[in-house]
Design a protein around this ligand. Sequence first.
Ligand code: ATP
Length: 233
Amino acid sequence: MLQLTDIHAYYGHVHALKGVTLKVPEGAIVSLLGANGAGKTTTLNTISRLIQPRKGKYEMAGESMMKKSTSQVVKSGIIHCPENRRVFPLLTVEENLLIGAYSRKDKQVKSDMEKVFAYFPRLKERTSQKAGTLSGGEQQMLAIGRSLMGKPKVLLLDEPSLGIAPLLVKEIFEIIKSINKDGTSILLVEQNAHMALEISDYAYVLENGRIALSGKSKDLKNNDDVRRLYLGG
Ligand code: ATP
């Protein structure tokens, strides 16, 4: 569904992505692993067009996204849930969720909010609470819920486990699995390689702006390099 072929991206003179090729097939969870600074966030930012790719091919459902704007990318069904949650702290849970639906013109926004609450009952109990007063894990749930309000075909998730208590991380990963089962393809960037390889179908390892390794997640779990570098031996 989503495919990058030999994508190059720069920050000024810094050549951050040096030919990234990856695909997210329909219905799959694909994880993108790599050390700090490898280019994972840059890859997601390039897909959502916060950064312009300078060279290569980028397609969503067969259509080129190379010259599209961020809002056109959103309309094609690609929704980016950024690192560090970025909820609006002074707005309520409900207001944050409505912002996720801002580009929609259909009438199913209310019923979709109920679907978000079905995934995240903790949010339903807190609809009128200011987002800034939620725990880190709850804010992450809200950020994912807000992304779901945009009706993603492909959801880009940047580090959903960052700074969250282990018990909530487990809960969030279970929910990510059900979101995928209900039909949303997912590209997951994660430092927690154990969790990412556990729930994904395919995985790519980025090193210094290049894909160093890729394959089925269950095969990568047994790969010596992946075990040594990302799974703690
Ligand atoms: P992390 O897990 O630490 O966020 P990452 O794999 O997501 O790492 P990126 O944030 O994509 O890595 O960074 C890739 C490279 O691009 C790094 O060398 C980084 O220093 C550089 N970079 C990222 N953002 C900028 C920026 N705004 N300006 C200049 N260089 C940047």
